[in-house]
Ligand binder design. Structure first.
Ligand code: SF4
Ligand code: SF4
Length: 140
């Protein structure tokens, strides 16, 4: 295809952009923005380690931690969601990341650390020392 044909096709095709707040249709396979539920988060920071795009930031404080997510950095790969054992993360395919300025969609949550669960009391039967076994075998 020569350059003139390309130009003609582009001019004939009309505008391919849309004005905000009109939104494009989501393409098939788009997983969506990451949603965070602070009530389910244990503060393990595994999501941050799994996010190679550095869209998730995690800072530990005194008795709290701060979890942040920047959709402008996110590739929507879903690795953070797959790695979250407490299901604090999910993806919302209905919501395209439309923004006008960098960092506009970034969100941070400061969450109080939950106290570690108390160990269950020891089972007195299981913890009792086993009775001495009678000696067996030996030369006859
Ligand atoms: S969102 Fe999930 S993986 Fe990330 S810190 Fe919280 S519990 Fe851990
Ligand atoms: S979906 Fe992928 S790129 Fe986006 S925050 Fe999760 S791990 Fe990072």
């Amino acid at each position: 295809m020569n350059i003139l044909t390309m130009l003609w096709n582009n001019l004939r095709g009309g505008s391919r952009t849309m004005l905000f707040p009109e939104r494009p249709k989501m393409s098939k396979g788009y997983r969506g923005l990451v949603r965070f539920d602070p009530a389910l988060c244990s503060g393990c920071a595994i999501c941050k380690m799994r996010c190679t795009a550095r869209a998730i930031d995690f800072k530990s404080g005194k008795g709290t931690f701060t979890w942040s997510y920047d959709p402008g950095q996110c590739t929507f790969c879903g690795r953070c969601v797959e790695g979250c054992k407490t299901h604090a993360l999910s993806q919302d395919a209905e919501c395209p990341p439309v923004y006008l300025t960098i960092g506009e969609l970034k969100k941070s949550y400061t969450v109080a650390r939950k106290p570690a669960p108390k160990p269950a009391p020891a089972d007195p039967v299981a913890s009792a020392s086993p009775a001495a076994e009678p000696a067996t075998g030996g030369a006859q």
